[in-house]
Design a protein around this ligand. Structure first.
Ligand code: MRU
Length: 347
């Protein structure tokens, strides 16, 4: 099976579920190598998430859901199920989809144990993970449609990180919107920010856009503000890892700078993401945990050192864009605008 249960075969997919085992396209190796890896339980799935073999908020959640389902099949005792859930939830801190997905499968497994006994837990956990996968697939299609409606007439789109089929089921979130916009208007072109330090834009977004046949120019992250200022961009569209209750949004580090530049130039800054990324329990962006990753990611690339030995490093993987810089948040349940607090709660 490719992509979500019941979903049509697609050109690009990040993960496959055969009913028992999860296989992932190892995104750390793209674009030079397309290698699929097979996972069997909580620990190897958590490791794959932590090292970004699978990434992007929705797909992190889906991988974790299947990881827990596989663990429940191996040992459905309540203690083992809780331990596997904790292992998976702890893999990365920022994308709320991870905890959301793990909690759903955990609740399904524990509910089945309480009602019917341990033997019922594996099927219940698998069914919940598959339901989540299907929901995210349908959500992505709706986000693409609503986002393309919203951005009608905008031709030159700047995006950051990777938010396509590698990051979420179906066509993805922000990149799904862009792909739909391009399907409606062949004149659409994309400025893809390379996304230091792990180059999700250069390695993954450019790869996806080439496969989709959508014209794309790769730019270094530092070029974005200047290009926006000089009128080279009609709209900025990005994904999200966590949306706080007031509409503040955490996304890949560098996003905030694009939002500031978009506001200064008076062009739309649009966030696209499923409601599984919405965290109403976190009042604002200051409460979002920002993952700090290893210094090696900044100090070198592809085995080559790019900085002097001993230099100190800060490596926050995400930043928070305040709600007041956001034109609209596109979810599968509708397009949300200010006042975000009120309108997100109403979703
Ligand atoms: O560290 P990553 O590559 O998982 O970061 C991904 C992003 O920041 C994406 O923009 C976000 O998860 C949305 S993916 C549809």
């Amino acid at each position: 099976m490719l992509d979500a249960p019941g979903a049509p075969d697609r050109k690009i997919a990040a993960l496959r579920w055969d009913g028992e085992r999860l296989t992932l396209l190892d995104q750390t190796l793209l674009p030079s190598e397309e290698r699929w890896i097979t996972l069997t339980g909580a620990q190897d799935t958590a490791d794959a998430i932590a090292r970004l073999a699978v990434r992007g908020a929705p797909n992190i959640g889906i991988a974790a859901a299947y990881g827990l389902a596989m663990a429940v099949s191996v040992d459905p005792s309540p203690a083992a199920v809780r331990e596997a859930a904790a292992t998976l939830s702890g893999a990365r801190p920022t994308a709320v989809n991870l905890a959301y997905a793990v909690d759903r499968v955990l609740d399904a497994a524990m509910g089945a144990i309480g009602e019917l006994g341990e033997r019922a837990a594996p099927a219940a956990a698998r069914a919940e993970a598959e339901a989540l996968h299907s929901e995210e697939y349908l959500a992505a299609a709706e986000i693409a449609r609503l986002g393309a409606d919203l951005l009608r007439g905008r031709r030159r789109i700047l995006t950051h990180c990777n938010t396509g089929a590698l990051a979420a089921p179906g066509a993805g979130s922000a990149l799904g919107v862009i792909a739909e916009l391009a399907a409606r208007n062949p004149a659409v072109t994309v400025l893809a920010c390379e996304t230091r330090p792990l180059l999700q834009g250069a390695r993954l977004t450019a790869w996806e856009l080439q496969r989709l046949g959508i014209p794309c120019e790769l730019v270094v992250d530092g070029a974005a503000a200047g290009l926006i200022r000089t009128g080279a961009v009609d709209a900025v569209v990005v994904g999200c890892d966590r949306i706080a209750a007031n509409g503040d949004v955490a996304n890949k580090v560098g996003t905030y700078a694009h939002a500031l530049a978009a506001a200064a130039a008076g062009i739309p800054f649009v966030v696209a993401g499923p409601t599984s990324t919405l965290d109403l329990a976190t009042p604002d962006g200051d409460g979002i945990p920002v993952e700090e990753r290893h210094a090696d990611e900044v100090l070198g690339f592809g085995g080559a050192s790019i900085a002097p030995d001993g230099v100190a490093v800060r490596n926050p993987a995400f930043d928070v864009t305040p709600a007041e810089l956001i034109t609209a948040i596109v979810t599968e349940r509708g397009v949300v605008r200010a006042p975000f607090g009120e309108n997100l709660a109403a979703l």
